[in-house]
Design a protein around this ligand. Structure first.
Ligand SMILES: NC(=O)c1ccc[n+]([C@@H]2O[C@H](COP(=O)([O-])OP(=O)(O)OC[C@H]3O[C@@H](n4cnc5c(N)ncnc54)[C@H](O)[C@@H]3O)[C@@H](O)[C@H]2O)c1
Length: 430
């Protein structure tokens, strides 16, 4: 593997864990385990962009557990090098427990928008072939997480979002096309539904489509879904909508592509090993990372935006889904794409639980598992916020054979376990 990556950073905010871990694998090596590697021609890889981020790291782990070799591309703009070591440790622990050999995982710390670096990486994964001028790639699918994701930052810096999330996507698709890599899983978001969440109890995929679709509503009436979406309130959400639209156009232009857009609702929690977590570089704005900052003493109190919604406790309702369930949603989507089980060659799926919890319920659940009070301040609603945003999760269940299995309580317990294992904060002192 070329030395694309810096060593783990000692300055990272996640300190050395206080627990005993298996000996750290040599992370500059390609393999999880110290065994002879497969010849390059025999190995097949899944390319995961943004694979050291919150959802990407959990998905990389689930891919390894499911037997895939993984090539991670991440420029560390919102993650840390040590996450790679943690993925290896968690995978190693898994295979020690269940037996079997850990697949290969490689890391390239590059910007996926750096065309030359990406071309070199793809060339290193191409096997000479008479059929293809650039060689036949041993990358059989791509899961594209790498993007900027902060709604409020996107309002201040829209071009930064369009450059990374849209220009980057278009250029990446061009490069993959040249290399004949045409199985693509895209990180989309419930944000594509915009303010439609105000009009519907639960959001179904047909509420935002890029090609005409018909479906039967709850009363059995046939409905023709109009293309497009209304009321997306921020540039970040628009990048996800435009991204999907571009992918739908690409799929429509060439049947060799199989593209899946996964619309995540509100991923929370972490892997039960406690080794992985949500560890952004900047100031988080999502509920659970902010709750964590309060619990770890980095923030004095939690601001609860909106306490006068028409909900049982007045706080907004969201579809919180355990991040490991989201990660498994990717292995299910990849399997469906690779086995040609996808209806059409562009298909969107909600990844949600199908039921909602309020902000106050999440805070209470975290207080329950931590046995600590979380100081909070009731603040005004934020522009663009909606009262309730919950997925209809049936399409993924029927077509991908995937359902969320874990509860909000599981997510909170796993998160608390992670915080304890990584404790250098006031957690243990109080
Ligand atoms: N976390 C959520 O609540 C949520 C909800 C819906 C959708 N999403 C989407 O899911 C994806 C992953 O989200 P996440 O929460 O894991 O975010 P994250 O910021 O933790 O992970 C993104 C990763 O991509 C990397 N990255 C960003 N730009 C890059 C570039 N140009 N080149 C290489 N690496 C780059 C970052 O360093 C980071 O490791 C994003 O596309 C996000 O928009 C997230």
């Amino acid at each position: 593997m070329p030395s694309f990556c810096p060593p783990s950073e000692s300055s990272s905010p996640v300190p050395t864990p206080l627990f005993s871990v298996p000996s750290t694998p040599e992370t500059e090596r390609d393999d999880c385990f110290d065994e002879p590697s497969l010849a390059a021609e025999e190995a097949q890889f899944v390319l995961v962009t943004g694979g050291l981020g919150y959802i990407g790291s959990h998905t990389t782990l689930e891919l390894l557990k499911a037997g895939h070799n993984v090539l991670v591309v991440d420029d560390l703009s919102n993650s840390f090098r040590h996450v790679f070591d943690r993925i290896l440790m968690a995978a190693q622990l898994h295979f020690e427990r269940v037996g079997g050999r850990c697949p290969r995982v490689e890391l390239a710390c590059i910007n996926f928008r750096d065309g030359a670096a990406m071309a070199a990486l793809l060339a290193a994964h191409a096997v000479p072939s008479l059929d293809h001028p650039l060689g036949r790639s041993n990358i059989t699918g791509v899961i594209h997480f790498a993007a900027f994701k902060e709604v409020h930052d996107s309002l201040r810096n829209p071009l930064k979002y369009y450059q990374n999330n849209i220009t980057g996507l278009v250029d990446l698709l061009g490069l993959l096309d040249e290399h004949g890599i045409k199985t693509f899983i895209f990180s989309s978001s419930a944000n594509v539904y915009g303010t439609l969440a105000r009009d519907y109890g639960t959001l179904r995929e047909e509420h935002c489509v890029h090609q005409p679709e018909t479906y039967r509503d709850a009363n059995g009436h046939e409905v023709v879904a109009a293309q497009g979406c209304t009321g997306i309130t921020n540039p970040y959400g628009r990048t996800k909508f435009f991204g999907e639209a571009i992918l739908a156009d690409v799929a429509a232009s060439d049947p060799a592509w199989t593209i899946i857009g996964l619309r995540y609702f509100n991923p929370v929690g972490c892997d039960p090993s406690g080794l992985l977590g949500e560890d952004p570089r900047g100031t988080p704005s999502n509920l659970v990372p902010v709750v964590v900052q309060v619990l770890t003493g980095q923030l004095a109190e939690l601001s609860v935006y909106g306490s006068d919604w028409d909900t049982p406790d007045g706080t907004a309702i969201r579809d919180f889904i355990h991040v490991s369930d989201v990660a498994r949603g990717h292995t299910a989507a990849l399997a469906a794409a690779q086995e040609q089980r996808v209806r059409g060659n562009f298909r969107a799926f909600n990844l949600g639980t199908g039921s909602g919890h309020s902000v106050a319920q999440v805070v209470a659940a975290m207080e329950g598992v931590s046995q600590r009070l979380i100081p909070r301040r009731l603040a005004d609603r934020r522009p663009g916020d909606v009262e309730s945003c919950v997925a209809m999760a049936d399409r993924a269940a029927v077509e991908l054979g995937w359902r969320a299995e874990k509860t909000l309580q599981d997510a909170c317990q796993d998160l608390w376990h992670h915080l304890h294992l990584n404790d250098t904060t006031e957690l243990c002192l109080s």
